[in-house]
Design a protein around this ligand. Structure first.
Ligand SMILES: Cc1ncc(COP(=O)(O)O)c(C=O)c1O
Length: 464
């Protein structure tokens, strides 16, 4: 038989970045390649990543303040994570464990039960945040089935993933493309932080099964008003409604507490987790649930295989997650997030005072930070709009994109907004040091002090 013409793994280091971009455009997604090129990121071939830094083929050292959107709480390639994975492989440990009970999976679940408060006890493992939220919704709806409660309440700001169910319960703020698809039936949107609306519907309706929300709206670093979560959960308990808190972004220390729901002084019925649990190396996610819910659903013998997945809880993923949790514990990463987060916020406030024409608000809960800029259209004004026909549609997010692009080009700092809105999330790894925060703030100061119109013009001319 004829052999396929496949590129070998060993050939990759010799590939020019133009070839890499070409493959990406041709075989993955030309639109994403285009935007990453416009921002100035795509042209660089990253050859190494370690701790807070990335290294390019051309010798640039880039400080990472994006933090893999909260995947990299431990930094890149943490030595203990690498060692754990090396040992797993050196000893040829069992990876796929369908017929046996995996020591790695069992110990990870036991450790999670140790870390989560109260009686959050039974864990389910999968590979992505959306899948974790799907699983959590499914167990909640199964639990409520006999009570004829089948409605899912979600908040306008929440983001829970891009599968059908999770897109359906992601709020109007977070779902620019949801209108292209049909929402699954039975979903009710409420405003984040508005207890009166929830009090009203929970009183009027007896078909509400579950509420899903982020305890702190992660990419906006937005806490709800004091007392909101406690009151919401008490209404849930009074009316037999379950509460799922999505800790996929904010969990495992980023907020300066192990979990963001601790700020609301509650222990939800189900919590979903992912991202940094994989130590920056493993794609692992899941949920943890209280026993009274588990026992009435999958805890019954006939139901125990209702919710499973092929790649959930593989050996090396679980070994990595066990190490990731131990590093957080041993190295005091939660405390570092709290201390450095306070410092970061004080420095962000300094920038806000210096550049009120650009910065509307700054927030940081631990190292979950955000610059909320003024509306890009207001900053640049109608004259700017007129000069670049066709720009109007892409105006939102222009200011943070221009800032991010310049931070990268002039200061070798990676940060990224996604270009949708007028905010710039700041999520460095939890190992960040005060000196690195100083370098970041100094660079921001320099970029904001320059002619921002020229920067934006350069960027938009590339786009338009
Ligand atoms: C809060 C939150 N929930 C869910 C998800 C979805 O996770 P995934 O992209 O792994 O499906 C994300 C992803 O960014 C998230 O931030």
């Amino acid at each position: 038989m004829e052999k396929y013409n496949l590129t070998q793994l060993s050939d990759i280091s010799d590939l020019a970045q133009q070839e890499v971009i070409g493959y990406y455009k041709k075989y993955i997604n030309p639109g994403i390649a285009f935007f990453l090129k416009v921002l100035g990121f795509a042209q660089h071939k990253i050859v190494k990543s370690e701790g807070m830094y990335l290294y390019t083929e051309s010798g640039k050292k880039i400080m990472d303040f994006l933090g893999g959107m909260s995947v990299l709480n431990h930094g890149h390639n943490h030595p203990r994570i690498l060692k754990a994975r090396r040992n797993f492989n050196k000893n040829k440990r069992l990876e796929i464990c369908k017929a046996f009970i995996s020591q790695y999976q069992s110990v990870l679940a036991k450790n999670l039960a140790e870390i989560f408060p109260e009686n959050l006890q039974y864990s389910f493992f999968c590979n992505s945040g959306a899948e974790a939220n799907e699983g959590a919704l499914k167990i909640a709806l199964l639990y409520q089935r006999t009570k004829s409660k089948d409605k899912v309440v979600y908040t306008d700001l929440g983001y829970h993933g891009k599968t059908f169910a999770t897109m359906s319960v992601s709020g109007s703020f977070s779902r620019p493309h949801r209108e292209l698809f049909k929402q699954i039936p039975g979903c009710i949107e409420i405003p984040f932080g508005d207890i009166d609306t929830f009090a009203k519907i929970s009183k009027e309706r007896n078909d509400l099964a579950v509420v899903i929300l982020e305890a702190i709206k992660a990419d906006l670093a937005l806490l709800p008003p004091p007392g909101y979560l406690k009151e919401l959960y008490s209404l849930c308990q009074k009316n037999g409604i379950l509460l799922i808190v999505d800790e996929i972004f904010a969990g495992f220390g980023r907020t300066g507490k192990m979990f963001s729901f601790e700020y609301g002084d509650i222990v939800p019925d189900i919590v979903t987790f992912s991202k940094s649990l994989g130590g920056g190396k493993a794609s692992i996610a899941g949920y943890i649930v209280k026993p009274q819910i588990f026992k009435k659903t999958y805890g019954q013998l006939g139901n125990c295989t209702i919710h499973t997945t092929t790649f959930g809880g593989l050996g090396e993923e679980c070994a990595t997650a066990i190490e990731a949790l131990n590093i957080i514990n041993d190295d005091g990463l939660v405390e570092n997030a709290r201390v450095q987060g306070e410092y970061l916020l004080s420095q962000m406030r300094y920038l806000k005072a210096k550049y009120p024409q650009y910065i509307k608000e700054v927030r940081s809960v631990g190292l979950l930070g955000t610059f909320q800029f003024r509306n890009s259209a207001d900053i640049f004004g109608p004259a700017f709009l007129k000069r670049i026909p066709g720009l109007k549609k892409g105006m939102t997010g222009l200011f943070p994109a221009a800032v991010a692009s310049e931070l990268f080009k002039k200061h070798n700092i990676l940060i990224y907004s996604g270009g949708k809105e007028d905010y710039l999330p700041v999520n460095p790894a939890l190992i960040v040091k005060r000196g690195e925060i100083d370098s970041f703030i100094k660079a921001m100061d320099d970029v904001l002090g320059r002619n921002i119109f020229n920067l934006a013009m350069k960027l938009t001319l590339n786009v338009v």
